[in-house]
Design a binder for this molecule. Structure first.
Ligand SMILES: [Zn+2]
Length: 272
C-alpha cells in the first residue's frame, strides 16, 4: 500500500472510532478535517442555539491563566448563582479572555466610560481578563443566543453591555435598573460546564436619574458592577453591606462577600 492509501485507511478507522454521539453531526456541521480526527481523545460536544446545531468552540489559550489569581481574605456574605453538579460553581474559564462588546445606543452622557470603569473593577476583583472588542448593534434583550452569526459561529458570543428601557424590555419595568447574567454552556469536550455569552442591559431612564443624583457616576457604575457580577456568576444576598444586595441604595464599592465571591468566580478550572 502506498502512503496515500495508508493515510486513507487510518482516516476511515478513526472516523469509525470517534463517530459516536455528538460528533456525527459535528462532522456535518463543520466539515471533518484530519486534525479533528487525529487529535480527538474525546468527542466534541455540541449545543443547539436557536434551533441550530453547533460544535462547542474549542478553547484558544494554552492552559495558563491570563491574569494572576486574586487571593482575598474570605469574609462577608455571598452566594454563587450557578452551582455546578459537583458542588463547584460554574464559572468563566480564567485561561480564556472574556471578550466584550458595547452597544452605545441611547447611552447617557459619559455612559461608555462608566461601563469601561465597571468592567475594569470586575476584572481586578476576579482576575479574569476582559478584552474589549468594540461596538455592536446587537439588539439588547434578557434572553440571548449564546452563538450568533454576527460574531462568528466558531465561538461563543462575547459579553454584551448596553442600554434599553422599560418600553423595549419588560424585564426593566418598575424599579429594575438593570439585568445581567450568562449562559451555562458545555465544555468543548468532557462533562465540564462554563459560563459564556453574558449580557448586561441597563435602563437608560433610571441611569439618567442616578446620574442626576448625588455621586451619580459612582452609583451608576455600582449598578453596572452589580450586573457584571451576575454575569461572572454571583447571586443576590440579603446583606446590605454587599453590592450584591438587591436592596442596595448607597454602596458604590464591593463589600467583603462580593470580593470573596468575585475571587472565587475567577478561580475556576481551565479548559485547555
Ligand atoms: Zn441583581
Amino acid at each position: 500500500m502506498n502512503s496515500a492509501g495508508r493515510a486513507l485507511s487510518t482516516f476511515l478507522i478513526a472516523v469509525m472510532v470517534v463517530g459516536v454521539g455528538g460528533f456525527v453531526w459535528a462532522a456535518f456541521a463543520r466539515g471533518l478535517t484530519w486534525n479533528d480526527v487525529t487529535q480527538f481523545a474525546l468527542p466534541r460536544n455540541g449545543v443547539i442555539v436557536a434551533e441550530q446545531r453547533y460544535v462547542v468552540p474549542e478553547p484558544t489559550g494554552d492552559g495558563s491563566r491570563l491574569l494572576p489569581q486574586v487571593i482575598v481574605a474570605e469574609g462577608g456574605t455571598y452566594e454563587m448563582w450557578y452551582p455546578g453538579v459537583d458542588g463547584d460553581p460554574v464559572r468563566y474559564d480564567p485561561c480564556e479572555p472574556v471578550e466584550w462588546v458595547y452597544n452605545p445606543g441611547s447611552e447617557p452622557e459619559g455612559g461608555a466610560q462608566i461601563v469601561a470603569d465597571a468592567v475594569q473593577r470586575v476584572s481586578d476583583a476576579t482576575g479574569l481578563l476582559f478584552v474589549y472588542e468594540g461596538e455592536t448593534e446587537e439588539p439588547l434583550s434578557d434572553s440571548r443566543d449564546a452563538i450568533q452569526e454576527r460574531y462568528g459561529v466558531d465561538r461563543y458570543a462575547p459579553v454584551v453591555i448596553g442600554w434599553s428601557d422599560s418600553g423595549a424590555l419588560a424585564a426593566l419595568e418598575g424599579t429594575v435598573v438593570g439585568v445581567g447574567g450568562s449562559s451555562v454552556v458545555p465544555a468543548a469536550k468532557g462533562d465540564g460546564e462554563y459560563l459564556a455569552a453574558g449580557s448586561v442591559v441597563i435602563d437608560v431612564d433610571d441611569a439618567q436619574d442616578l446620574l442626576d443624583g448625588f455621586d451619580g457616576d459612582a452609583v451608576l457604575r455600582a449598578v453596572i458592577m452589580h450586573e457584571l457580577a451576575h454575569v461572572v456568576g454571583l447571586a443576590h444576598v440579603d446583606d446590605e453591606a454587599e453590592l450584591m444586595s438587591p436592596a442596595n441604595r448607597w454602596k458604590t464599592e464591593w463589600g467583603p462577600g462580593d470580593r470573596t465571591a468575585l475571587a472565587l468566580a475567577g478561580s475556576g478550572a481551565c479548559q485547555s
